[in-house]
Design a protein around this ligand. Structure first.
Ligand SMILES: O=P(O)(O)O[C@@H]1C[C@H](O)[C@@H](CO)O1
Ligand SMILES: Nc1nc2[nH]cnc2c(=O)[nH]1
Length: 302
């Protein structure tokens, strides 16, 4: 390969360093008059979560040094800083997926940037297919654990040289999802009248972009998976590696089809429609959780 092609290939492969990520964070800190403490990642169709922020400062990904760009419909592709429940937060309105052609370390890169910005708590949302038969479209599943399917095949966002300034070579993952915060989120859900629609379950991320076959879904069900998606796991691993406290939830946007006699098909339009349908209730839900983190958890970290 010669000329532009080889230059692009080198760029794609070049890993971020602590220094290059610091440069990205510094670019943002030079333009934002505060440090966000809570990071929020919007799932497919859930970009409206960022619209709840007051005094928004918006940075399109293509303008941020070293940032990848969003290529998926329903992921606007911008970082939004602002206040939610009076708390300074940063929100990813659009995330990166493996199927877009980005390696997992690149998909998870914004989490490390958040860390360098001062974020200590991450709220990651996603759209997912419901595999647990008791779930319904529009329900919310608080993630209590994940199965890193891609990791089974050796694909992990922490693969490659470890930088101890972010975290240890061998991070534990049995406490990935904060129990205290998850319990509180459940309580908030009941108070917000989401009660019957909120579950706790196991999420898995597949590489995508295709939705699953019936046999694949049957297998995942046997493994104990409650909801299937194409994101979040690599972000959570990266966040836990650098010591962040994590809450994650899935919006169940479609039920997984495990019946060979059913001819319905999963599709991205439906995923986005359900995200829009639930956007107001999710905005309130996330705002309450941010309020709780600020009052009950941030002070302890200071
Ligand atoms: O970014 P998330 O995980 O919310 O997006 C899900 C997975 C695919 O990107 C897309 C499929 O419709 O929704
Ligand atoms: N892998 C996967 N991702 C999704 N995102 C939204 N729905 C689904 C689904 O059914 N499968």
């Amino acid at each position: 390969m010669t000329g532009r092609g080889s230059v692009n290939k080198k760029r794609r492969k070049k890993r971020y360093t602590y220094e290059s990520l610091t440069e990205t964070a510094q670019y943002l800190l030079d333009r934002v008059p505060y440090q966000p403490r809570i990071g929020i990642i919007c799932g497919s169709g859930m970009g409206a979560l960022a619209e709840a922020l007051s005094e928004p400062l918006i940075f399109p990904y293509e303008k941020i040094p070293n940032f990848p760009v969003s290529t998926v419909e329903g992921h606007v592709g911008q970082l939004v800083f602002g206040y939610l429940s009076g708390v300074p937060v940063v929100c990813m309105q659009g995330r990166f997926h493996y199927y877009e052609g980005y390696p997992l370390w690149k998909c998870a890169m914004p989490v490390r940037v958040m860390k360098l910005l001062g974020v200590t708590h991450l709220i990651a949302s996603n759209a997912a297919g419901g595999l647990n038969k008791t779930y319904k479209v529009g329900d919310v599943m608080l993630v209590k654990d994940h199965i890193n399917m891609m990791g089974f095949a050796g694909n992990n966002p922490l693969q490659g040289p470890n930088d101890d300034r972010f975290g240890p070579r061998f991070p534990p993952m049995n406490t990935a999802y904060d129990k205290f915060l998850t319990q509180k989120a459940k309580q908030v859900a009941v108070e917000e009248d989401l009660g019957g629609m909120v579950h706790e379950g196991v999420y898995t991320c597949l590489g995508g972009p295709n939705f699953e076959t019936v046999a694949e879904l049957k297998m995942l069900g046997m493994l104990g998976v409650d909801a299937v998606g194409m994101s979040t796991v690599h972000e959570v691993i990266t966040a836990r590696h650098c010591g962040m406290t994590v809450l994650a939830f899935s919006l169940i946007t479609n039920m997984c089809i495990t019946d060979y006699n059913c001819y319905d098909e999963a599709n991205h339009e439906e995923v986005m429609d359900v995200g829009k349908m639930r956007q107001d209730v999710l905005k309130r839900f996330v705002a309450r959780i941010v309020d709780f983190i600020a009052k009950e958890m941030l002070t302890k970290d200071d």
